[in-house]
Design a protein around this ligand. Structure first.
Ligand SMILES: C[S@@+](CC[C@H](N)C(=O)[O-])C[C@H]1O[C@@H](n2cnc3c(N)ncnc32)[C@H](O)[C@@H]1O
Length: 263
């Protein structure tokens, strides 16, 4: 197995624990759908859909929706979410770097904190734009490198460096880099900032929530097995960082939304 395939397998195992965090990304989904200016009856793709929060929101707004994700455990939950919400969505297990759809299939392509985790940004964005119709909208939410989640990524990478082929996900939160990556394939790029508010009684509560419900599980397992002293250090640094963004029992996790029109 090559390094990228191994990396994606490890990602899949980490993301399998993401389910409890869907309550946090649910309000952000409504913001992204509104930001994209979604129209009724439009054909929509939600890449890296996870438990389907954007897909279900778009379907409830009248769109015809397809969701795709790497992680089967999350797609199982996505199916349950769609059924509970009373909407029909087509689900695919797959990779944003190799989308199983013909060129120009969709009028809107969404990604909420999703394609930013693909190791090769140029491949992921080329695929997302390939399946989008000319005149269609691409809209995504990403974590900027200079804000809390971007800084937490940098901390995690310090303790568990990925293979060199993997681009840092928070670069997708930098407007200059986004402009470069979208290139001449799009027009009318618009950025906006939003704030995710996550309740936490203390920095340790925030840390424990993230350690139990996402890819951080893998890092904690690794450090507790190989280097418990580093695990203590990691936890202290994590809490010190979160403390800077915790006010009145709310952790402020600001992020960037981007939309553009395919030429
Ligand atoms: C932070 S979660 C976001 C999930 C969902 N979009 C939301 O807002 O709740 C990141 C998602 O990206 C998916 N993912 C990571 N790498 C991927 C890839 N190469 N192709 C497709 N999905 C991927 C994970 O399985 C996970 O569901």
């Amino acid at each position: 197995m090559d390094a990228l395939t191994q990396f994606k397998e490890a990602q899949k195992q980490g993301w399998a624990h993401f389910l409890p965090l869907e309550t946090i990304t649910t309000p952000a989904a409504a913001k992204l759908v509104r930001f994209a200016g979604l129209g009724e009856g439009q054909q929509v793709l939600d890449v890296a859909c996870g438990t389907g929060v954007v897909a279900v929101t778009a379907a409830r707004a009248g769109a015809r929706v397809t969701g795709l994700d790497l992680t089967p455990e999350l797609l199982q939950r996505a199916r349950e979410n769609a059924e509970l919400a009373g909407v029909e969505i087509e689900w695919h297990e797959g990779d944003v770097e190799q989308l199983p759809f013909p060129d120009c299939s969709f009028e809107v392509v969404f990604s909420q904190f999703g394609h930013m985790f693909a190791p090769r940004p140029d491949v992921a964005i080329a695929e997302m734009l390939r399946v989008l119709k000319p005149g269609g909208t691409i809209a995504f939410s990403t974590w900027p490198p200079e804000l809390l989640i971007g800084r937490l990524f940098a901390l995690v990478v310090h303790y568990a460096p990925p293979p060199p082929e993997v681009a840092p996900p928070p670069l997708w939160g930098d407007p200059n880099i986004i402009r470069e990556r979208l290139g001449s394939a799009v027009k009318e790029i618009v950025f906006d900032r939003e704030r995710m508010q996550v309740a936490a009684l203390s920095p340790a509560h925030s840390r424990v929530m993230m350690e139990r419900a996402g890819p951080m599980i893998k890092l904690v397992e690794k450090l507790s097995r190989e280097n418990p002293a580093d695990l203590d250090l990691f936890r202290r640094e994590y809490e010190a960082l979160v403390a800077q963004y915790l006010e009145a029992n709310i952790v402020h996790q600001d992020y960037l939304m981007t939309r553009a029109i395919k030429i």
